[in-house]
Write a protein that binds this ligand. Structure first.
Ligand SMILES: NC(=O)c1ccc[n+]([C@@H]2O[C@H](COP(=O)([O-])OP(=O)(O)OC[C@H]3O[C@@H](n4cnc5c(N)ncnc54)[C@H](O)[C@@H]3O)[C@@H](O)[C@H]2O)c1
Length: 448
């Protein structure tokens, strides 16, 4: 295009420079805009990934590692559901003993089988109780929610949270001065450890350490701790009945190994921080509100719907036997251990003197072959079981358990009083009521 008449070379040069600068400015701003958008997207993806809720409990290890990665600014239990004046009041009320010199107990795993029964028994006799549970889906969480409802009707709050959440634990101790912790939260089950080993490490090792860290270093005065170990620590021990003096260095499952590790970890925190710690080795606990993954529970379900059950035999063709212990006897043992627990001796993360460290068997002292368990259930349900008898695979189970409870009998008068037939009758009564099952059809299966 020809330059307009009268336009000097200099004006044309300036106009050219203006056009070039405008183009440069446009290009620079679109680059900045692009980078800002990219950065925002990355931050949003990061936040979403870190805060995305786990799809099931068995990703708890990954959710835990997420949490440990997060700073308190990003993940704060106090900013979520577990906060506010109303929540604190609920926790304080629930923790308040109703009798003079009553205990105030934090029960972890309170929406679990043993936790629910212990919480109810403590509350009933006037102690204060606050529960903590992560409601994971190892088995049907609606059963845990129903137990939570039962506890709520008795004035017990169960806080929805994880024992790996140190901030939440500290907050709970801030709100209520717990004198005792009954630590029952754990990944239970022997065979499941082959499917999801990390969940055992997350709850039974990392979670236990987290609880001991908070109780040993952050809380003043320190609480006394009673926690659930397991008869599985006896592993391949062949001496009978199992005594606390027998060897426990041959675990047959990862579950057993994590419980044994817990006992050693307890020794360390007792030794360094003066925590008073009592470990209880439960022997196959059963009863109303029980655990659906356990044989007596799943046998009942399957017998009623006419589904074959698998009954294990030892490798040399003998019957597998268990020292089945009724829940009320276990509850008595837990309360006996709490009542005789001495105070912890540390403060500010320092031990001030030797503290109590104990381990007890809590069993029924009379092993019953699994075949006998099945025939009692058949009688109570009025249905014949379809049995598949197979050799027990080497996946964690042991052929025989039998508790010697003389130590618990001596120290807190532990005496189991419920035989298997009586205890199973109570379980079946609860089961048919809870699941709304009508009288079993004669000779046939029952739909649930
Ligand atoms: N029932 C038995 O026969 C038996 C035998 C030996 C030992 N034990 C031990 O007794 C304790 C109670 O067993 P149970 O039969 O009531 O089992 P359960 O599974 O019914 O109860 C455990 C509860 O802990 C919760 N939990 C798990 N991990 C958690 C975590 N990281 N944070 C917060 N809550 C968590 C679960 O949601 C569950 O409600 C466990 O430590 C178990 O290992 C039980």
């Amino acid at each position: 295009m020809a330059p307009p008449p009268g336009t000097s070379k200099l004006e044309r040069y300036n106009s050219y420079l203006r056009r070039v600068n405008t183009a440069k400015f446009m290009s620079a701003s679109s680059k900045i805009l692009f980078r800002a958008t990219l950065l925002t997207t990355l931050v949003l993806i990061l936040l979403f990934t870190l805060n995305y809720p786990p799809t099931n409990a068995h990703s708890s290890s990954s959710s835990n590692s997420h949490r440990s990665l997060l700073s308190s600014a990003l993940y704060s239990s106090s900013s979520s559901k577990n906060s506010g004046a109303a929540w604190e009041k609920q926790v304080r009320d629930s923790a308040m003993p109703r009798k003079s010199r009553g205990m105030s107990v934090l029960v972890t795993g309170a929406a679990g089988f043993v936790g629910t029964h212990c919480s109810l028994a403590l509350k009933k006799r006037g102690d204060g109780v606050v529960g903590l549970d992560n409601f994971n889906s190892y088995y049907d969480p609606s059963l845990k929610r129903d137990r939570q409802g039962l506890l709520a009707r008795h004035g017990i709050i169960v806080v929805d949270g994880d024992i790996n959440d140190g901030q939440l634990l500290i907050k709970l101790f801030d709100v209520a001065a717990f004198t005792h912790v009954l630590h029952l939260a754990a990944q239970a089950g022997v065979r499941y450890a082959m499917k999801n080993p990390q969940s055992y490490v997350a709850s039974n090792i990392a979670g236990l350490v987290n609880l001991f860290e908070v109780a040993g270093k952050s809380v003043d005065p320190q609480p006394a701790i009673v926690w659930a170990s397991s008869s599985s620590v006896y592993g391949l021990n062949t001496e009978n009945p199992f005594s606390e003096l027998h060897r426990t260095d041959q675990p047959a499952s990862l579950y057993a190994a994590t419980k044994k590790a817990g006992e050693e970890i307890a020794h360390t925190y007792n030794h360094i921080y003066g925590l008073s710690i009592t470990g209880l080795r439960f022997f196959t606990v059963y009863g109303p509100w029980g655990r659906p993954d356990m044989a007596y529970f799943s046998f009942t379900k399957d017998i009623l719907i006419g589904k074959p059950i698998t009954v294990f035999q030892t490798q040399d063709g003998k019957e597998v036997a268990r020292d089945f212990t009724y829940i009320d006897d276990i509850v008595k043992g837990c309360i006996g251990a709490l009542d005789t627990a001495e105070k912890s001796t540390g403060s500010g993360g320092k031990k001030r003197g030797p503290a109590q460290l104990r381990v007890y068997n809590l069993g029924n002292t009379s092993p019953v072959p699994v075949g006998r368990l099945v025939s009692i259930l058949e009688g109570l349900l009025g249905v014949k079981a379809k049995k598949n008898v197979v050799k027990m695979p080497r996946n964690g189970d042991v052929p025989f358990t039998h508790a010697n409870v003389s130590l618990a009998a001596h120290d807190f008068a532990y005496r189991p009083t419920t035989d298997l037939a009586t205890g199973l009758r109570k379980f079946v009564k609860w089961y048919v009521g809870y699941y709304g099952i009508k009288a079993p059809a004669k000779g046939g299966g029952q739909k649930q």
